[in-house]
Design a protein around this ligand. Structure first.
Ligand code: GH3
Ligand code: MG
Ligand code: MG
Ligand code: MG
Ligand code: MG
Length: 315
């Protein structure tokens, strides 16, 4: 039988993988670490409990776990990982000396992606690890694109809603504040009517880039909320912070100086921005609606900005 050479296999997507090795026997960890060295950054844990702690600190792309350990077994580690939303997508390969069908079936039932027999053979370990890393990278890429807006590359509405729910809950627990902005392009229907939809799309991309450039904190999220509306989620931001960010965005869009002959008095593309800020621990509506009441408040503020003449921040 003619076999393909291992290096002709499809390459994993992405470059720097993080692999977590878990075995109560330090010598086994060393052997596996040497085998996997070329595939990425290898961390290790000597117990299931430690493995869960390390994985929660920084989720790896792949976990290889010994089936039999004092304390949590490899199967239990697998079950615990799958119960944790942030770790449920991390593939787990169980390493075991057992050859019984029941053991293998139990591993898959616990959510294992694959098995490796003890004693491990380098080529097999690398091959199985590579396969799982490639599938993980594909899954990551799909998850990322499912949450991105195709036209502008900003977060999409689904991502914004998810993050809004999470941030409201986080702010409630930490007794902090959360703010959001709604950014609506002024007279954009007329822009399309005059310049055409292709130019309209290009304009939306420029506006998106300018909004992204205004965002300074890594925790802030800029999103396309829908159509010609954008949104920004600003964790740990109060009313004053929200208002100044809103003004910065109005100014940044004006500074783009994109011609809009049928727009406002400046003859340039402009936006109106509504804002809202809250302390969820003191605002039952925000908690009950998981942030939807903040969107409504920002929408009222946006309406006020439009009514007051556009190209401005709402009350
Ligand atoms: P206002 O200042 O009151 O916001 O006026 P407006 O014309 O911007 O408001 P309206 O909501 O009536 O129209 C929004 C327009 O945005 C309608 C649609 O033609 C345009 N639009 C929405 N999504 C897109 C898109 O993805 N691409 C393009 N080119 N245009 C879009
Ligand atoms: Mg063991
Ligand atoms: Mg898994
Ligand atoms: Mg609109
Ligand atoms: Mg508009």
């Amino acid at each position: 039988m003619k076999l393909p050479a291992p290096d002709s296999w499809p390459a994993e997507l992405g470059t720097r993988h993080s692999i977590l090795l878990v075995d109560d026997d330090a010598a086994s960890v060393q052997v596996l670490a040497r085998m996997l060295n070329g595939l990425g950054e290898v961390r290790f844990a000597l117990s299931g409990e430690d493995a869960l702690r390390l994985a929660r600190e920084s989720p790896p792309d792949l976990i290889l776990v010994d089936a039999e350990m004092p304390g949590l077994s490899g199967f239990e580690v697998c079950t615990a990982l799958h119960a944790d939303a942030r770790l449920a997508d991390v593939p787990v390969i169980i390493i075991t000396g057992h050859t019984e069908v029941a053991v293998e079936v139990a591993g898959f039932a616990a959510g294992a992606a694959d098995f490796i027999r003890k004693p491990p053979v380098a080529e097999v370990v690398v091959a199985r690890a590579r396969t799982q890393l490639r599938l993980k990278a594909l899954g990551d890429a799909r998850r990322t694109s499912a949450l991105a807006d195709g036209l502008t590359g900003l977060a999409n509405r689904r991502r914004f809603d998810q993050d809004l729910h999470l941030e409201c809950e986080r702010a409630r627990r930490s007794h902090g504040s959360v703010a959001l902005l709604l950014i609506d392009v002024d007279h954009f229907k007329r822009y399309n009517d005059r310049y055409g939809h292709v130019a309209g799309d290009a304009c939306l991309r420029e506006i998106a880039a300018a909004i992204r450039a205004c965002i300074r904190r890594s925790a802030d999220l800029a999103a396309r909320y829908g159509g010609e509306e954008f949104a920004a989620l600003l964790p740990q931001t109060d009313a004053a912070g929200a208002r100044s960010m809103a003004q910065r965005i109005v100014d940044a869009i004006a500074a783009l100086a994109l011609p809009h002959a049928d727009g406002g008095p400046s003859g340039l593309v402009s936006v109106s921005v509504g804002w809202a800020a809250a302390r969820p621990d003191e605002d039952a509506d925000v908690v009950r609606t998981r942030g939807e009441s903040l969107v409504e408040a920002a929408d009222r503020s946006l309406y006020a900005a439009k009514a007051a003449g556009r190209n401005r921040v709402g009350e």
